[in-house]
Design a protein around this ligand. Structure first.
Ligand code: RUQ
Ligand code: CUA
Ligand code: CA
Length: 643
C-alpha cells in the first residue's frame, strides 16, 4: 500500500485510485463478466463520471447540510457501529452524531456491561462476568407497519458471536440480545414487513438472519469439509426467541424481505460449498436464495424438522437437493453471477436486486415470478430474472429513490451509479436503445453500503443518499495510520447526483437506514414503574445486610445523593441500587466508585444497580460523573469499607 502514502497526497486522481484498488486490493480475483450477462450495455454509453461537484444551488442549496445553531435535522439515521458494537444515531442532513446506543460491547458512558441490568441483557458467565466483550455489527433495520417504519424497534447484528440485538426506539436502548444457535458469521438481517398468511398482521413479527460461514453441524470438533453447512434463521420480533432455522447450501450474505411477507431472500456466495478460497470461486453462478415463509412455517407445524446439537430450534431442510419440486419446495435458488453482494427490495414491492461484486452487473429478480414458480406456473426458475445488466466495477449495495431509479455502489470504480430499473428490464428484454444508466458520481473512496432516505420503505422519498466509503485517504486531516471512514451525503432530488458533504466516522459502520424524523416519538424521561428495583422515596434509602451480602439503596436528586455515606465490611458483596428521582428532561446523574471498576449513569426516573466486592478497606468518595448542577462537583457520597 505504499503508493497511497501516509502523507496527504495531492496525487489522487480518480484513475490512480482505481488502478491501485483494481491491482492491489482484490489481487487475484477475476473481474470478468459472468455468463448470462448483457455486455454492450448502457454502462458503455452512459454519461461519463461527474466530477465531485460543488453543490448545485438549483436543487441542493449550498447550505443544505449546514443547519443554523438550534435548527433540528429533518431525518434520523440509524448507523451500525461496527467494532464498537453499538448503534449510532445521526441527524441528517447535518450528519451530526446524536447518540450511541451500546449493545454488544461495554460502554463507559452509560455503564453498559457494568450495571446488573445491562449485564443481564448482554449475557454473563456463571461467575457473573460478561460472556463477550467484543462485537462486529454490520446491519441495522427497523420494524415496519404498512410498509413504512413504525418506530417500535430496530435490530442490529453481531457477526463475531452470532448475536442479534433489539433496540427500543422509544428510549433508544438495547433491551434484548439473542445468540443464534449453530451458526457462525451471522451477517445479513432483515425484519419482515407483513405476515405471509394473515393479512391483519401488516407489521413486523419476524426478523430473518443469514449466516455467512458454513460450519460442521453439530460443531463438535470433527472436521470434515464436505459436511459444512450454514443456516437461515427466523427470530420472533417480540419475544426475540429463535422460531426456526433452514439448513441451506451456500453462505448467506445479505437479506431482504418482500412487502407482502411471503418471501425472504439471501444472496449467496459459495453455493459450491467450498472451504478454501479457490473452491469458493469455482462455479460460474451463485444464487439469490428465496424462502417461502408460509411453507416453512407449515412444515415446522407439521413436525417436518430435525434439531441440531443441544439446540431445540426446529430446523427444516432447505438444501437444493431437497427442494427441486416447486409444489413442495421451501426454498428456491435463483441463479446470479458468482460471488454476489447485497440484495435489496425495491420500494414498489416488485423486485429484489442483487449486486454482482465480482461481476460488473446488477440482477433484477421479479418477485411475482418467484411466487409463480412456487405455484408451478413458471417452468424455469431463472425466468424470474428480468434484468442482468452491466453497471460498473464492483457493485455492492443498492438504494432507491421511489421514482424508479436504483443507486448502486461501485467499490472498484469508487462511484455511485444511478440506473433506471424499468429501462434495465427493457434493455435486458432486447431493447438495446434503452439507456438505463442515468448518472454516475465519484465518491471518496471505495464505497460499501449506501442508503437513501426512506429507501427501504414504500415511502422512499428520493432526497438524500448516504454512502459509506471504506477508505477516506486524503479527505481529512491525517491522524496516523488508522483512517476514519468517510460517510458522504449526496443530494439525489434532481436528475444529477450532487455530493453535499464528507463526514468522518469511526470504523466501521457498514449499513444504515435513514427516515423522516416524524416517524419516531422518543420519550426523554423514564417512568419509575419500568424498573422493578425503583426506590420511589428517598426515605427507603439505607444499607441492608444479609450475611455477607449487602444491599445499598440510594436515590439522586440534584445536587445530592440520599445517603451522605454508607458503611460496608471488607469482603462484602455489595449491590448498590440507585434511582434518579429527578424528573426534569436532560438531568442525568452518574455514579463512580474509585478503585472498584464502577461507573454508570441514571437518567431521569431511571433505576440501575451494580454488584461488586468491597475488597479493600478504606474511604471511597463516590461521585456524580455527569455534570448536573452548579454543585455537581459537590454531589458525592462516601463508601466506608471497614477492615
Ligand atoms: S456487508 S459492504 Cu457486512 Cu453489509 Cu456490504
Ligand atoms: Cu449529579 Cu452531577
Ligand atoms: Ca462462488
Amino acid at each position: 500500500m505504499k503508493s497511497d502514502s501516509s502523507l496527504p497526497s495531492k496525487d489522487t486522481t480518480a484513475w490512480g485510485r482505481r488502478r491501485f484498488l483494481n491491482t492491489a486490493a482484490l489481487a487475484g480475483l477475476t473481474m470478468g463478466a459472468a455468463a448470462c450477462t448483457d455486455k454492450e450495455s448502457g454502462a458503455a454509453n452512459a454519461p461519463a463520471a461527474a466530477p465531485a461537484a460543488a453543490p448545485d444551488a438549483a436543487h441542493a442549496g449550498t447550505n443544505a447540510t449546514h443547519l443554523k445553531p438550534g435548527e433540528l435535522d429533518t431525518y434520523y439515521g440509524l448507523w451500525s457501529g461496527g467494532h464498537t458494537g453499538d448503534m449510532r444515531v445521526l441527524g441528517l442532513p447535518s450528519g451530526r452524531e446524536l447518540m450511541r446506543i451500546p449493545c454488544f460491547v461495554p460502554d463507559a458512558l452509560v455503564g453498559w456491561g457494568i450495571t446488573n441490568e445491562s449485564k443481564k441483557i448482554m449475557g454473563t458467565k456463571p461467575d457473573g462476568s460478561l460472556r463477550y466483550t467484543v462485537g462486529d455489527s454490520h446491519h441495522t433495520h427497523a420494524s415496519y407497519k404498512d410498509g413504512n417504519y413504525d418506530g417500535r424497534y430496530a435490530w442490529i447484528n453481531d457477526k463475531i458471536n452470532a448475536r442479534i440485538a433489539r433496540i427500543r426506539l422509544d428510549y433508544f436502548i438495547c433491551d434484548k440480545i439473542t445468540q443464534l444457535p449453530n451458526v457462525q458469521g451471522f451477517h445479513g438481517i432483515f425484519p419482515d414487513k407483513a405476515d405471509p398468511v394473515d393479512p391483519a398482521i401488516n407489521y413486523t413479527t419476524r426478523v430473518f438472519c443469514g449466516a455467512e460461514f458454513s460450519i460442521p453441524l453439530p460443531n463438535t470438533g470433527v472436521d470434515d469439509g464436505t459436511q459444512y453447512r450454514s443456516m437461515f434463521t427466523c427470530v420472533d420480533a417480540e419475544s426475540m426467541e429463535v422460531r426456526w432455522q433452514v439448513l441451506i447450501d451456500g453462505n448467506c450474505d445479505l437479506t431482504a424481505t418482500s412487502y407482502d411477507g411471503k418471501l425472504a431472500a439471501t444472496n449467496q456466495y459459495n453455493i459450491e460449498m467450498g472451504v478454501t478460497y479457490e473452491d469458493m470461486m469455482s462455479s460460474e453462478r451463485d444464487a439469490c436464495l428465496f424462502f417461502n415463509i408460509a411453507r416453512i412455517e407449515a412444515a415446522v407445524k407439521a413436525g417436518k424438522f430435525k434439531t441440531v446439537g443441544t439446540s431445540k430450534v426446529p430446523v427444516v431442510d432447505g438444501t437444493h437437493e431437497a427442494n427441486k419440486d416447486p409444489k413442495t419446495a421451501l426454498t428456491a435458488y435463483v441463479s446470479v453471477p458468482k460471488n454476489p453482494h447485497g440484495v435489496n427490495a425495491s420500494p414498489d414491492g416488485k423486485y429484489f436486486i442483487c449486486a454482482g461484486k465480482l461481476s460488473p452487473t446488477a440482477t433484477v429478480i421479479e418477485l411475482a415470478k418467484v411466487l409463480d414458480w412456487f405455484d408451478g406456473k413458471l417452468e424455469k426458475l431463472d425466468a424470474a430474472i428480468v434484468a442482468e445488466v452491466e453497471i460498473g466495477l464492483g457493485p455492492l449495495h443498492t438504494a432507491f429513490d421511489g421514482r424508479g431509479n436504483a443507486y448502486t455502489t461501485l467499490f472498484l470504480d469508487s462511484q455511485v451509479v444511478k440506473w433506471n430499473v424499468d429501462a434495465a428490464i427493457k434493455f435486458h428484454a432486447g431493447d438495446k436503445a434503452a439507456k438505463y444508466v442515468v448518472d454516475r458520481i465519484d465518491v471518496q473512496y471505495q464505497p460499501g453500503h449506501l442508503n437513501a432516505s426512506q429507501s427501504e420503505t414504500k415511502a422512499a422519498d428520493g432526497k438524500y443518499l448516504a454512502v459509506g466509503c471504506k477508505f477516506s485517504k486524503d479527505r481529512f486531516l491525517p491522524v496516523g495510520p488508522l483512517h476514519a471512514e468517510n460517510e458522504q451525503l449526496i443530494d439525489i432530488s434532481g436528475d444529477k447526483m450532487v455530493l453535499l458533504a464528507d463526514h468522518p466516522v469511526r470504523g466501521e459502520p457498514h449499513d444504515f437506514i435513514i427516515f423522516k424524523r416524524e416517524l419516531l416519538q422518543p420519550k426523554q424521561v423514564y417512568s419509575l414503574d419500568e424498573f422493578p428495583l425503583a426506590i420511589k422515596d428517598p426515605k427507603e434509602s439505607g444499607v441492608f445486610r444479609n450475611g455477607k451480602k449487602v444491599t445499598v439503596k440510594m436515590t439522586s436528586q440534584a445536587p445530592a445523593f440520599s445517603l451522605r455515606e454508607f458503611k460496608v465490611k471488607k469482603g462484602d458483596e455489595v449491590t448498590l441500587i440507585l434511582t434518579n428521582l429527578d424528573k426534569i428532561e436532560d438531568l442525568t446523574h452518574g455514579f463512580a466508585i474509585p478503585n472498584h471498576n464502577v461507573n454508570f449513569i441514571v437518567n431521569p426516573q431511571e433505576t440501575a444497580s451494580v454488584t461488586f466486592i468491597a475488597d479493600q478497606p478504606g474511604v471511597f468518595w463516590c461521585y456524580c460523573t455527569h455534570f448536573c448542577h452548579a454543585l455537581h462537583l459537590e454531589m458525592r457520597t462516601r463508601m466506608i469499607v471497614e477492615a
